[in-house]
Design a protein. Structure first.
Length: 192
């Protein structure tokens, strides 16, 4: 029987690190000890490119000095170096092989991504080696298993983010992302 990991390793794809409110919820969960986040320079680079492409008013150096630097300070162990050899061994969609390769390299148990269809993989996902979840499913699972922790995460954000002052306000912000509505509905039902 294989030994279970002491901590849950979770690869966060670029598309779940991009939306600021989703990123804040996911990273606050990690900071509060629910899991160890994992990403690679490629994943962070994709997130950076997409943010700067969609928001040309953001100064790239400022983004690097704030957002990217904050990721490095808060989660220095999150970065993994992924070899091209490992990427070549992946059997999922070519454009997301580097993400699955990050999970395999780090020994992570979960990938959280908005593109779950890109992660069909007989060797790594179908075999149960790596689970792939969309962000709403991941967050609902946290509510199901650790309701107090999710309440603490949302309360922390309500106390520390501008333009919000209550958990309901935080959920309203998250509800703007249609893909997160299943989580928002569960959170409103159980945490308000």
């Amino acid at each position: 029987m294989s030994r279970l990991p002491e901590r849950l390793g979770v690869v966060l794809d670029a598309n779940v690190l991009y939306p600021q409110w989703l990123r804040d919820v996911l990273l606050t969960l990690a900071a509060m000890g629910h899991y160890d986040p994992v990403w690679s320079d490629d994943i962070i680079g994709e997130m950076r490119r997409n943010v700067l492409r969609d928001h040309p008013d953001i100064d790239p150096q400022h983004f690097d000095d704030t957002t990217i630097a904050a990721l490095r300070r808060a989660f220095p162990a999150a970065w993994v170096q992924v070899s091209q050899q490992v990427v070549a061994e992946m059997d999922n969609a070519p454009e997301d092989r580097r993400v699955l390769a990050a999970a395999v390299t780090a020994g992570a148990q979960v990938v959280v991504t908005a593109n779950t269809a890109h992660f069909r993989s007989a060797r790594f996902v179908d075999s149960g080696r790596v689970a792939v979840l969309d962000p709403a499913s991941f967050l609902v699972a946290v509510v199901d298993e650790h309701q107090e922790l999710m309440a603490a995460v949302l309360e922390h954000l309500a106390s520390n983010r501008r333009r919000v002052s209550t958990v309901a306000d935080v959920l309203d912000e998250l509800d703007r992302n249609e893909a997160l509505r299943p989580f928002v509905e569960v959170a409103r039902d159980r945490l308000l």
